[in-house]
Design a protein around this ligand. Sequence first.
Ligand code: SF4
Length: 646
Amino acid sequence: MFPHLFTPLSIRGARIRNRILSTGHDTVLPIDGTVNDALIAYHRARAKGGVGLIVTQVAGVHETARYTSHLLMATEDGCIPGYRALADAVHAEGAVIFSQLFHPGREIMESADGLLAVAYAPSSVPNERFHVMPRALTLPLIAEIVAGYAAAARRMRVAGLDGVEVVASHGYLPAQFLNPRVNLRTDAYGGEGRLRFLREVLLAIRDATDEDFVIGLRISAGEREEDGLTAAEALAASIALESELDYVNVTTGTSATLGGAMHIAPPMAFAPGYVAPDASAFKRALRVPVFVAGRINQPQEAEAILAAGQADMCGMTRALIADPEMPAKTARGAVDDIRACIGCNQACIGHFHKGLPVSCIQHPETGRELTFGHLARAERRKRVMVVGAGPAGMKAAVTAARRGHEVTLWEAAAQPGGQALLAQLLPRRAEFGGLVTNLMREVERAQVRLRRGVRVTEEVLREEAPDAVILATGAVPHVPDLPTDGDMQVVTAWQVLRGEVRVGARVVVADWRCDWIGPGVAEALAKAGSSVVLAVNGLHAGEVLPLYVRDNIAAELHRLRVEVRPYARLYGTAGDTVFLQHTPSGEAMEVAGVDTLVLCLGHRPVDDLAEVAARLGIECHMAGDCLAPRTAEEAVYEGLKAGVAV
Ligand code: SF4
């Protein structure tokens, strides 16, 4: 069924069992610059799940490479034992492992001691996104960094890894050397000598390793910003360097600008496999294998890319974060059982930007393998009643059932899913519904009994008399008692999303939490033709959202001419005027001529059954929005913990 996906690929001494690749991504699991047990457990789970090749996260090759506080470093021999344990764990499960070798150049984000690290780049050209003004590299420092790549590669070889991948993508140091708009040097490393740095690095790595060792290059086929490396320049560099390379791993975008950075982990608004056409240009021009990544979420998409000859391997990193067993499930024909990534970015790259370990909104076990990698059987089989089949309830039910309990999941509505059903109605968020589909499949597989259309009351609880109850009863929109003369149409975001109301031509959306709902409703109404003011009680629309998602939303609101008013707290209406308060100054702001006010002011928990359960002496756990406010990610994680606790 997937003939191309499961054809092995040999590169020098590495025999890769299939064409599924976990690309290098920062997990934030290491805490002191070395490989730790958490990182080993994370990659072991994916290797066990059948991935062909794991490229581990970036390893700094020189002291000037410390771009975040949680970077792995390969500058001392002390890194070798950790990498050896990692390589052994991955090899034991049948996968091949390379390490990315890294220098960020001017792309410095933070430093461990609170002082921004001194950035070095080919020339003193600023990075406007991180507000970094780098120092130009001296010739001795260039020589040190080249030697650093070689020494790091040698350490990887000694540790037993199968290869390394030099990161020349996303505007990092090697890309800065290649880019004539960033590399303004007039010495041997500038002008016609722009390839010299990278060539020296590749040759030094080969000298420091052996003939079996794989040396790859990651490069952006166009950085997608005005001053970025172009696709033609990236291709020309790859062709010129091909004799020193064993493969080229094609991606797109750059860390240097917000627009370019969205491609590092493209959100669900991007089409699946959208980088494959760029990769195919490399494939046509090169003899070495070409890898590609970029929203390849499903094995069917990967198979199509391989079958079309656009690439030789497919990076499916988030697909593996969401479901480490995706390759094994595909191989045995159980594609319906795959927990497909929905491109929400909340817990994978979203965690990276918050400095938290990698996880997945749908699979909170990711990044927590040491704690939740193995579910212990319950000591005593209980009759467990889970009330509420939103994300928290479904995850709790599945977890409890897998531990051996007899579980019934009760849902008052006809359809399970809770607020996730509403989230999928937001513009460009249809894929979010995959969260419900995936969890429902797990509910079925765990043989949880589902009772739909029944509201659990005290009587039901008495009648059922379970050994334990898990409450995941959700929340309802918070509608404050506003000073208003009643003239204006006032509705909730839920009513708008469900199509229960018709809104007017001029709308104010009052957003309290700055998450998905306010910006999403504003976007939907603007697209439907309303003139929209989005009043956010914070600094940005969607400010609590993952970086690239938030930026994508901001770009869309800007295009649609939605007027975003920051620091705006709703405090009433009169006639057709909405009154807002500018929170830092306390001054009043008015929006006149308004037809409809849409409230996105958070949710009130529905938690009455907790008191009932306590009165009846039933063991009770709670999860999700009944402890409101909860994001979907928090709800699913809490569901897991409740399922483990019961
Ligand atoms: Fe995919 Fe969202 Fe999970 Fe990230 S958090 S792996 S984008 S489903």
